[in-house]
Design a protein around this ligand. Structure first.
Ligand code: ITT
Ligand code: NA
Length: 194
């Protein structure tokens, strides 16, 4: 079974591969296409943006497609960076700088709570659409910690693991992550269907 994930983010691709390969899926992504497809993510929610990405690829290639829109919501920052997580402080700014800034925004705040959110949009070859949302609750760490994962993982302290998601194996992250949970919902939906 081949599945197209409508993303250009190599870290997302890696996580989807890790989760889907054992189930017999061959994962393809926009990184495998010859042409670059520019998608304007102008939605106001994770769900809308996931659908925008999935529809763009479905309309172009007429195949079954999965898209992921995700991000970090920080309570002390009124939910930002949220849907702006990739663009936050500029796409080319390093995550060391972005993560340090978020830690600073939480300094002295009683509520260090944050959530990773992932909306997965799925479109069948016949055009039928579904969207699933996965969430994981954590706290903004007091220091950057860990080298694994990507993006905001080094500041996402996950209490049950007593460390950040950048400090645990891919399998441990996927078992509890927003992306892992949203994908689980999609897989359950697919299993019910056939
Ligand atoms: P595509 O649109 O091509 O999928 P993108 O990176 O632009 O790639 P998003 O618009 O969904 O994707 O932005 C998601 C951002 O949220 C991502 O770039 C990270 O900064 C952050 N993020 C999402 N999931 C994450 C995770 O599991 N760990 C750390 N940071 C994450
Ligand atoms: Na994006």
């Amino acid at each position: 079974k081949e599945i197209m994930i409508a993303t250009s983010n190599a870290h997302k691709v890696e996580e989807f591969k890790q989760m889907l390969k054992p189930l017999g899926y061959q994962v393809k992504s926009l990184l495998d296409l010859d042409e670059e497809i520019d998608i304007e993510e102008n939605g106001t929610t994770f769900e809308e943006n996931a659908l925008i990405k999935a529809r763009a690829i479905h309309e172009k290639l007429h195949i079954e497609v999965v898209a992921d829109d995700s991000g970090l919501m920080v309570n002390a920052m009124n939910g930002e960076p949220g849907i702006h997580s990739a663009r936050f402080m500029g796409r080319d700014t390093s995550y060391d700088i972005k993560n340090a800034y978020i830690i600073e925004q939480c300094a002295g705040k009683a509520d260090r709570g944050c959530q990773f959110v992932c909306a997965i949009a799925y479109i069948r070859a016949n055009g039928e659409e579904q969207v699933f949302r996965g969430v994981v609750e954590g706290e903004v760490a007091t220091q950057i910690q860990g080298e694994k994962g990507f993006g905001y993982d080094p500041i996402f302290f996950y209490p049950p693991y007593n460390t950040t998601l950048a400090n645990v194996s891919e399998d441990k992250k996927n078992a509890v992550s927003h992306r892992g949970r949203a994908l689980q919902m999609l897989l359950e939906y697919l299993a019910e269907e056939d």
